[in-house]
Design a binder for this molecule. Structure first.
Ligand SMILES: [Zn+2]
Ligand SMILES: [Zn+2]
Ligand SMILES: [Zn+2]
Length: 352
């Protein structure tokens, strides 16, 4: 048996050692938290740098090997990286705060009933069935990547390859009362930030035309919309519609020069969404449907919502049974329904 003195000493030793463990655990936890925090800070700094300095820089900051060494700056390399990066940029449509979509290199065409055969087809589905029967894709050099509905009971075909002359001359198509129509592709639009308010829309057009060497004339540039300047500011954003080649040059350069300003440029793709019922293709002023709230999805208009304190719930995503529904119905970044709409619109724009 241990004497009570021995027992006391043993207990003291155990307590001291427990204290030491406790202190060690505390320091380790603190150190761990500091490491995590500094990693987080480093990540945010890196993200900020990437965003601010531009995508080109990411090539330099990216480790070259698994050992984590940084790529050596090299003048010759820098030029080629910049070229590649800007080329890559023009090949994607990046909607600010929204989706980023790779531009499809496809041929778009529309097949619909001829004037004489208008009554023969009552839906795009009927036209589609007739086209599938009448045309043998391999005989007319057609490699189809997508078939969708188009207006006036027509169908739109996105093809990787197509011999349009052979398709037009196809006897099956003529017998079915169908013809290849010209697909009306939309011209791309870009948003220019920080445009001096003193410039008139015509001055903006002519200055942009001057910068697109061998490219657009003033008639190829249309000022679509100028945002009102914020109070006390003499700059605002401006949306312009331009030719595909001009858009590629401006997006690759990332900036255009207007007056004394170097203005940032980004792709601009908007879909018409009703503020009252949240569906697409019409404005609230012409809406005859039931109101739905863009925040909580209940049957009232968004501006009348009294559930602002609760998390958002998207009406459109809940209707489409999307897995993520906790966002506003106007959130371009999170709403899948809205993103699909924007992507579909991007595929209807002529990016060259
Ligand atoms: Zn509506
Ligand atoms: Zn609401
Ligand atoms: Zn949604």
């Amino acid at each position: 048996m241990m004497s009570s003195k021995d027992a006391k000493e043993k207990r003291k030793l155990v307590e001291e050692s427990l204290d030491e463990h406790y202190d060690a655990f505390n320091s380790m936890t603190t150190a761990y938290i500091q490491v995590v925090a500094s990693m987080h800070t480093m990540n945010s700094i890196r993200d900020m740098m990437h965003e601010e300095i531009g995508r080109t820089c990411s090539h330099f900051l990216r480790p070259e090997g698994t050992d984590g060494t940084l790529a050596k700056p090299d003048v010759a390399k820098r030029a080629s990286y910049a070229d590649v990066a800007s080329k890559e940029m023009a090949e994607r449509v990046c909607v600010p705060k929204g989706p980023s979509v790779t531009i499809r290199k496809t041929i778009n065409l529309v097949i619909g009933p001829t004037d004489k055969a208008v009554g023969r087809y009552t839906s795009s589905q009927e036209t589609k069935d007739a086209v599938l029967n009448a045309v043998n894709p391999s005989k007319v050099g057609l490699r189809v990547s997508r078939l969708t509905k188009a207006r006036n009971n027509a169908i739109r075909i996105e093809a990787c390859e197509a011999d349009l002359d052979r398709l037009r001359a196809s006897p099956g198509l003529k017998e079915a009362g169908l013809e290849v129509k010209k697909d009306v592709m939309l011209n791309p639009r870009v948003i220019i930030y920080g445009v001096p308010s003193v410039l008139s829309s015509d001055e903006i057009r002519s200055q942009l035309a001057e910068q697109d060497v061998d490219g657009a004339g003033i008639d190829d540039i249309r000022v679509v919309y100028r945002y009102p300047a914020h109070q006390g500011k003499s700059f605002s954003s401006c949306v312009v519609e331009i030719r595909p080649e001009t858009r590629s040059r401006f997006i690759s350069a990332e900036r255009v020069f207007l007056g004394w300003s170097a203005c940032k440029v980004a792709d601009h793709v908007k879909v018409l969404q009703c503020y009252k019922c949240l569906s697409f293709g019409h404005l609230a002023a012409n809406c005859t449907k039931t109101a739905h709230c863009g925040h909580c999805s209940e049957d009232h208009e968004t501006k009348q919502c009294s559930h602002r304190d609760k998390p958002p719930h998207c009406f459109n995503c809940s209707l489409a049974k999307e897995t993520c529904q906790s966002h506003s119905a106007f959130d371009v970044n999170k709403c899948n329904v809205l993103k699909h709409r924007i992507t579909a619109k991007i595929h209807r724009i002529n990016y060259g």
